[in-house]
Design a protein around this ligand. Structure first.
Ligand code: GUN
Ligand code: ZN
Length: 436
């Protein structure tokens, strides 16, 4: 084992879903805590007096006064090629795709462009404290190679895939059932489980895939162990009506994916804001996950996700930014908007639930909770050093907060990239200060 390093600060992490275990049992909190890291993993964590007492002699202790350590954030839905088209004005989903998204994604045929944006994108994720994400590429396999190459260089645990899209998009972005199968298969062989990289089969959404292509996606999932599936589901009313027209033989939107074998414990359906009861039941029965993309659902005017209903159906939910439909890379800002989405439905998003969704909830949805999601010993050491006093306003408001819950709520409502002082990936500082 390499020499461990101990970080002394306040420490907070989730232990379970507050909706299932209750608020009090859902987290660990050490006001003066120590986190011990070696070989990319958490070795020890707990109250400072206890952990310092059992530290191996000579261990370096990094004192992080007035700082908070949390697990790295997990973003279960984001598009790396849309980084430079975030904040595109005026349209809802289908027009936004045609007017802004497809022309932007065309640029990723050029591997040099893809490599440059992959760097910018990963810089931005880490600046915002996101250490794991489920990421869309474009239809171009070379863009996915560029993304994984950059992620591997930083040793981030990322899940990504090549978009499969063989109809209802401009000619320059289309593949075929056969080419999408072959290109995806080659990428799976190159990247799935290579170091920390993982692959997601990625049919864009039902309208842009023929039944033959959805079959090819199902075949890929059957042929490889532990592959992920990411797609979009029931985001926008016009989109849903179009899916019903295109697939009249299916009972609804989710059934299109179900029919082709795309529902599984490693499947994440972004948005899912207009679901039928039967669809909620099917998501639960198959262990599939929903990515709640609050900033995107508001920006594109798509609708409001009903979290209480998904809790009643016991569907796995996590948070996604959905950049560039979403308007921020920050999961703190995504919690802020999720809070407002739920307020509009007379629901409350408790800060413990919000932080659970952005960390352990994401890890559970992705079946990575044996490796990620909190700071228990044995997990991979992806963690953040936060500054709750990062801005004058945050400082003033935090001073005026009495309880942990209140401080976390201030952090999720006022915090953004400025609160992320440093981001550690597999035990190594990949953004900000405190590198050792
Ligand atoms: N549905 C199909 N493609 C997309 C996309 O790129 N973004 C969002 N938000 N929804 C989609
Ligand atoms: Zn999306």
């Amino acid at each position: 084992m390499t020499q461990p390093v101990a970080y002394r600060a306040a420490i907070f992490y989730s232990l379970g879903d507050p909706a299932k275990v209750g608020l009090e049992n859902s987290f660990a909190w050490h006001e003066d805590g120590v986190l011990v890291v070696a070989d990319g993993h958490i070795q020890d964590v707990g109250p400072a007096p206890e952990v310092l007492n059992r530290l191996p002699a000579g261990t370096q202790v990094v004192e992080l006064e007035n700082r908070l350590i949390t697990p790295g954030f997990i973003d279960t839905h984001i598009h790396f090629p849309q980084t430079e088209m975030i904040a595109s004005y005026g349209d809802q989903l289908l027009d936004w795709l045609n007017n802004y998204t497809f022309p932007e994604e065309r640029k990723f045929a050029d591997p040099a462009h893809a490599a440059r944006v992959a760097k910018l994108f990963l810089d931005e994720l880490l600046r915002n404290g996101t250490t794991t994400a489920m990421v869309y590429g474009t239809v171009h396999p070379q863009a996915v190679d560029a993304f994984f190459t950059e992620s591997e260089r930083r040793n981030t645990r990322m899940i990504a895939g090549k978009v499969m899209m063989d109809r209802h998009a401009p000619e320059f972005l289309l593949d075929t059932p056969e080419s999408s199968y072959a290109d995806s298969k080659a990428l799976i062989e190159r990247w799935h489980n290579k170091g920390r990289q993982l692959y997601a089969v990625t049919p864009r959404f039902a309208p842009t895939s023929s039944p033959e292509q959805l079959d090819a996606a199902g075949r890929l999932l059957r042929e490889h162990k532990d592959l992920y599936l990411q797609t979009h589901l029931s985001e926008n009313r016009k989109e849903i009506a179009w899916v019903k027209e295109l697939f009249p033989e299916r009972s609804g939107y989710l059934d299109v994916y179900d029919h082709h074998g795309l529902l599984s414990e490693r499947s994440i359906f972004a948005h899912s804001v207009h679901l039928e009861d039967g669809e909620c039941e099917r998501l639960h029965a198959t262990g599939s996950g929903v990515s709640f993309c609050a900033t995107s659902n508001l920006f594109l005017g798509s609708g409001l996700l009903d979290l209480a209903r998904l809790e009643r159906f016991d569907v796995n939910v996590s948070l996604g930014t959905d950049v560039g439909g979403g308007t921020s890379f920050s999961l703190l800002q995504t919690m802020n908007e999720a809070y407002k989405v739920l307020q509009l439905q007379q629901q409350k998003l408790h800060p413990l639930k919000a932080f659970y969704l952005a960390t352990l909830g994401g890890a559970e949805s992705l079946r990575l909770d044996d490796k990620l999601g909190n700071l228990l010993p044995g997990k991979e050491a992806d963690f953040l050093v936060l500054d709750l006093n990062a801005t004058a306003l945050m400082h003033a408001r935090t001073q005026n907060a009495q309880t942990l819950y209140e401080k976390l709520f201030v952090l999720m409502m006022l915090g953004d990239d400025r609160a992320i002082e440093s981001t550690f990936v597999y035990g190594k500082c990949q953004h900000g200060k405190n590198g050792v």
